[in-house]
Ligand binder design. Structure first.
Ligand code: SF4
Ligand code: SF4
Length: 300
């Protein structure tokens, strides 16, 4: 495998970052959205364990979700995606609880069925993390578990990481100015405990474990769902040849990534930096040559 620091598959993410060969295996999240019930226990557990400030609850008129989006004060976010389809085209029942209109009431449009997709989103702990590549202070670092952590006491609030993230995850906290995001509960991992969100999830929609094992489990789960007649079941972020070298946190989705607000083909934003620096260097050399030639011509 060709080793490329900014893109491409990487066999040993923590090793590439300089951790000694006896470092622990890469750890990650497999979030199986097909069994998420939208209870938001993961959001609450994350806030409680990590002391993430309350940022209020608000219904925005587009969804029953009341906590908005991922951000500096929301490190796990459960998206509710409401879908309607012509009556009779119900998705295959996955054994999840369901309910119709309250007694005595009718659906607004009886010709259409409504269903929800629910997905607990989080930092992807990318194999190639542009947030980490661009951080000038070393506040962002790759842990021995292969995850990406931001250290608030070193962050200077420059904000370079924010536009660098292809998923729009990392964010500056208003009134504080520093960058914050999911740490995959680094402190708990160092104490051999699973992250708070995975611990709290009552359905095991969020699974934590060694990355290789999770990928195998995820592939088996997709195959089983497809056998059961869910053809749209797919993995997102589990492919080490994708534009970010695969995600440390990947997902089983029941529809296209765009439906959940995820980029369909994310690319690490620093991928082209070496080529850009080469071109800039060549241009600088050419300019220096022209200036030297003009100087010499002037002396004749
Ligand atoms: S998802 Fe964004 S914030 Fe998280 S590791 Fe990747 S680039 Fe960094
Ligand atoms: S705790 Fe589990 S089931 Fe509840 S919202 Fe989070 S991922 Fe879904």
């Amino acid at each position: 495998m060709t080793e490329n620091l900014l893109s491409g598959p990487v066999a040993d993410v923590a090793g590439q970052a300089g951790h000694p060969p006896d470092h622990p295996p890469r750890m990650g999240f497999f979030t199986d959205t097909s069994i998420c019930i939208g209870c938001k226990a993961c959001e609450v557990a994350c806030k409680e364990w990590n002391l993430v400030p309350d940022n209020g609850l608000e219904l925005r008129g587009t969804s029953y979700d009341n906590s908005g989006d991922l951000g500096a004060n929301t490190w796990r976010h459960v998206a509710f995606v409401e879908q309607t389809r012509p009556a009779g085209q119900r998705p295959v029942a996955l054994g999840m609880p369901a309910m119709g209109p309250p007694a005595g009431q009718q659906a607004a449009d009886p010709d259409r069925d409504v269903s929800w997709l629910m997905m607990s989103d989080v930092c992807k702990h990318c194999t190639h993390a542009a947030c980490l590549d661009v951080c000038p202070t070393g506040s962002l670092f790759r842990t021995e578990f292969g995850t990406v952590v931001v250290q608030e006491d070193i962050c200077n609030g420059c904000g370079y990481c924010v536009p660098a993230c292809p998923y729009g995850v990392i964010d500056l906290r208003p009134g504080d100015g520093r960058a914050w995001k999911c740490t995959l509960c680094y402190d708990r991992l160092r104490g051999s405990q699973e992250p708070a969100c995975a611990k709290a999830c009552p359905t095991d929609s969020i699974q934590f474990g060694p990355w290789d094992e999770l990928r195998e489990r995820a592939q088996q789960r997709v195959a089983r769902l497809q056998q059961q007649g869910v053809p749209n079941a797919r993995l997102y972020g589990a492919d080490p040849t994708d534009g970010v070298g695969g995600d440390g946190a990947f997902f089983l989705l029941l529809d296209e990534p765009e439906v959940y607000g995820l980029p369909p083909d994310p690319v690490v934003t620093t991928r082209d930096l070496p080529a850009m620096w080469q071109r800039a260097g060549a241009a600088a050399l050419a300019a220096a040559g022209i200036i030297a030639a003009a100087f010499l011509a002037g002396r004749r």
